[in-house]
Design a protein around this ligand. Structure first.
Ligand code: M6R
Length: 604
C-alpha cells in the first residue's frame, strides 16, 4: 500500500526519490508526490494522480535540492487525485508531511481545526497531522511533531520536513513501517527496504512509538515521549538485484522460476539427519513446551491463510496436534476464546498485514503464545511474535504471492516434522519426510520445465468466464489457492470447493462452459476424486486435472512428480501458478499489478 521515501545528504534528491518510489510501485498505489527543499530554502511540491512516471513527467527542470520526501498513495480517505496525493503542506506551506496508515480521529480533529479557521486542501485524514504540526508553538521540529502525535489516534508512518529546520527530516512510526537507511554522509528513510537497498544495506527499523531525526551525517532515535532509544544498524540480507526483473517479462514469472532455489534456502542448515528432525533456531519453544501444546490455531490472510490451511493439515498429520487455520481478518473481530494450551501461529509474507498484526496484538494482550511464519526479516509481525520460522523466499515484488506461498508451506512442513519428532512421529517417518523435503527443489525445477505445455493449456482455457477448482483434504487448500491466483491476475471468476461437496450444491453449475480444475493426488482419496471427475464428465463438464498420473476422465492432465503424500500440496500448486500466469498473459492483463490490489495490506 502507501510508500514513503526520503533523503537528506549531498546528492540531487529528486532522481533519488523517484527511483525509490519506482521500487515501491509493487506495493500498489494510485497517486504519487514529492517535496524538496529548493535552492532558495522554500519547499517545492509536485503531485500527480496515477503512476510515478506521470509524476516524473510533471517535475520541472530546475527542481533541485538535497533534502526531500516522497510518497505513493493508496486512497483510503478521499478519491485518488492530485489534491489528495501526499505530501501535504500546512497553511503556511512551511511544513510538509507524508503519511502511511489511518488517523482514526481525523474527522474530530478536522472539525476542530476548521473551527479554528484552518482551510483544508484535501479530503485526507493525513492533512490534519500537518496542520497540527504547523500550528504547534514548540521550539523544535521534534517537539512540534510529538505534540501533534499526542493528539492523534490511529496508525502512522510519517516523514516531516520544515522550512525553518532545513537540516533535518523527522520520522515517526506507529503500526506502519519506517526504516532508516544509513549511508556515507547521507541518510535515507523508507517504508520498505526495497527503496533503500540500491544505496545502502545498513538499516535501522523503528519500533512502534519510536521517532528519528535524520541529518545528512547523523541520526538519532527516541520515543514519542522524548526518551532516547538505542538503534543498532543491521545489514539487509538481499542485494539490490534481488529486486530487479532479471530478464523475465514480469516479477511473477521471475518469482515462479526462483522456487527451486527458494525452497533450497528454506531447507538449508535446518535438517538434522542424526535425529531425523529439523532445527528451527528462532522457534523459542523448548521440547517440554512443544509437548504441552494441545491445539494449534494458524492465522493469516489470502494466500498466507491458504498456506496456513495446508500447514494445519501437515501438523495434524505429522505431529497429531489438532490444528486449524482461520482468516486473521475474521478471527480478530469475533472475540475468540484464547486458550492457554493453544499455540497460535501468525503467517504473513510481508509481516505487515494489518489484520494479522492486529490479531497477534490481541492474542498477546490476552497472554497467548504466538509464533510467526514470516518472510520479511525484522517486519512488524516477526517482531511482535514470541518466535517463529523465517521462510527465506527472498524479496517478492509481484502483488500475487507465488514463491512465498511455496516456501511458507515448506516451512510448515519443517515445523510439522519438528513437532512430530518431539511427539510421536517415528524415526522412520522422520527420515521419509526429510527425504521428501530434499527432493522438492529438483521436482519443482522439473515441473517448471513443463511450462510450454501449461502455456498451451492456458490458451485453451483463457476464454472461460468462470472456473471451478476442486480438491479433497490435502488438495482442497491447493484448489483454493489456485483459484485465488487465477482470479487475482486474470479476473476470471473462480470458485474453489472440496470435491466432496460437489453433489451438495455446486454440481448444479457444471456444464460445458464451466471448466473444472481438479487436484487428484495418488493418495488414499484417489478413487473418491476419480468419482468426482466421473460426475463432472457425466454433465459434459471440461476437466483439467493436476495429478500424479494421467486421468482418463479429464480432458487434460498436468502430471506432477510424486513425493510423500503429506508433501503433495507443495508440488501440486506450482503448475497452477504457471496456469494462472499464462491465462492472464493470454488475456493481456497487468500481471504484476492487478487492479484494486496492493502487495501489503497495511490498513483495515
Ligand atoms: O503479506 P501477507 O502474506 O500477510 O499478505 C496476505 C494477503 O494479503 C496476500 O497473501 C494476498 O492474498 C496476495 N495478493 C496473494 O497473492
Amino acid at each position: 500500500m502507501c510508500g514513503i521515501v526520503g533523503y537528506i545528504g549531498k546528492r540531487d534528491v529528486a532522481p533519488l526519490l523517484l527511483e525509490g518510489l519506482q521500487r515501491l510501485e509493487y506495493r500498489g498505489y494510485d497517486s504519487a508526490g514529492v517535496v524538496i527543499t529548493g535552492k532558495s530554502g522554500v519547499l517545492k511540491t509536485v503531485k500527480a494522480k496515477g503512476r510515478v512516471r506521470e509524476l516524473e513527467a510533471r517535475i520541472p527542470k530546475r527542481f533541485t535540492g538535497t533534502t526531500g520526501i516522497a510518497h505513493t498513495r493508496w486512497a483510503t480517505h478521499g478519491a485518488p487525485n492530485d489534491e489528495n496525493a501526499h505530501p501535504h503542506l500546512d497553511a503556511d506551506g512551511k511544513v510538509a508531511l507524508v503519511h502511511n496508515g489511518i488517523i482514526d480521529n481525523a474527522d474530530d480533529l478536522r472539525a476542530k481545526l476548521i473551527a479554528d479557521g484552518v482551510e483544508f486542501t484535501s479530503e485526507t485524514d493525513s492533512e490534519v497531522v500537518v496542520h497540527l504540526i504547523g500550528r504547534s508553538q514548540a521550539d523544535t521540529l521534534e517537539a512540534k511533531v510529538q505534540e501533534a502525535l499526542r493528539r492523534i489516534e490511529g496508525t502512522y508512518g510519517i516523514a516531516v520536513m520544515h522550512q525553518d529546520f532545513p537540516d533535518r527530516i523527522v520520522v515517526a512510526r506507529n503500526g506502519s513501517p519506517v526504516v532508516l537507511g544509513i549511508g556515507d554522509k547521507e541518510m535515507f528513510v523508507a517504508s520498505d527496504v526495497a527503496a533503500l537497498v540500491s544505496h545502502t544495506r545498513q538499516v535501522v527499523t523503528l519500533d512502534d512509538g519510536e521517532m528519528a531525526t535524520l541529518k545528512a551525517d547523523d541520526f538519532r532515535t527516541y520515543t514519542t515521549e522524548g526518551s532516547t532509544t538505542s538503534a543498532t544498524p543491521t545489514t539487509v540480507e538481499w542485494e539490490a538485484e534481488s529486486y530487479d526483473m532479471g530478464g523475465h517479462d514480469t516479477y511473477m514469472h521471475k518469482e515462479i522460476s526462483e522456487q527451486p532455489d527458494a525452497v533450497d534456502r528454506v531447507l538449508r542448515g535446518r535438517i538434522d539427519d542424526r535425529f531425523s528432525t529439523v532445527h528451527l533456531g528462532g522457534l523459542n519453544l523448548d521440547p517440554r513446551e512443544a509437548r504441552s501444546v494441545r491445539r494449534i490455531k494458524i492465522l493469516g490472510c489470502g494466500t498466507s491463510y491458504h498456506a496456513g490451511q495446508i500447514g494445519a493439515q501437515m501438523i495434524e498429520e505429522l505431529a497429531r496436534i489438532p490444528s486449524d487455520a482461520e482468516p486473521a481478518s475474521e478471527f480478530r473481530y469475533r472475540n475468540p476464546v484464547v486458550d492457554p494450551d493453544t499455540l497460535y501461529i501468525a503467517v504473513s509474507q510481508s509481516g505487515e498485514t494489518y489484520d494479522v498484526l492486529a490479531a497477534v496484538q490481541e492474542l498477546k494482550r490476552k497472554g497467548a503464545r504466538v509464533l510467526g511464519v514470516v518472510n520479511v526479516v525484522g517486519s512488524a509481525i516477526a517482531r511482535e511474535t514470541d518466535g517463529g520460522v523465517y521462510v527465506h523466499a527472498g524479496p517478492e515484488v509481484c502483488v500475487v504471492s507465488t514463491k512465498c506461498f511455496t516456501n511458507t508451506v515448506v516451512a510448515f512442513g519443517l515445523l510439522a516434522l519438528h513437532l512430530g519428532r518431539i511427539r510421536d512421529l517415528s524415526v522412520a517417518d522422520g527420515k521419509r519426510i526429510i527425504a521428501g523435503l530434499r527432493k522438492l527443489p529438483a521436482q519443482i525445477a522439473e515441473m517448471l520445465e513443463g511450462e510450454a505445455e501449461i502455456e498451451k493449456l492456458a490458451a485453451e482455457y483463457a476464454g472461460a468466464k468462470s472456473m471451478m477448482f476442486i480438491g479433497r483434504v490435502r488438495g482442497y487448500p491447493v484448489a483454493r489457492e489456485a483459484s485465488l491466483k487465477l482470479k487475482e491476475i486474470s479476473y476470471i471468476h473462480a470458485e474453489a470447493y472440496p470435491a466432496s461437496e460437489l453433489k451438495h450444491g455446486p454440481l448444479a453449475l457444471i456444464e460445458p462452459a464451466l471448466p473444472t480444475v481438479a487436484i487428484v493426488p495418488d493418495d488414499e482419496l484417489l478413487e473418491k476424486n476419480r468419482a468426482a471427475l466421473e460426475e463432472i464428465k457425466a454433465r459434459s463438464g471440461r476437466i483439467l486435472a493436476v495429478a500424479h498420473q494421467v486421468q482418463e476422465k479429464a480432458d487434460h492432465t498436468i502430471v506432477v512428480p510424486k513425493n510423500e503424500v503429506e508433501l503433495d500440496p507443495i508440488l501440486m500448486g506450482i503448475p497452477l501458478q504457471l496456469f494462472a500466469y499464462h491465462t492472464a498473459k493470454a488475456m493481456g492483463r497487468d500481471i504484476d499489478k492487478p487492479r484494486n490490489l496492493a502487495k501489503s495490506v497495511t490498513v483495515e
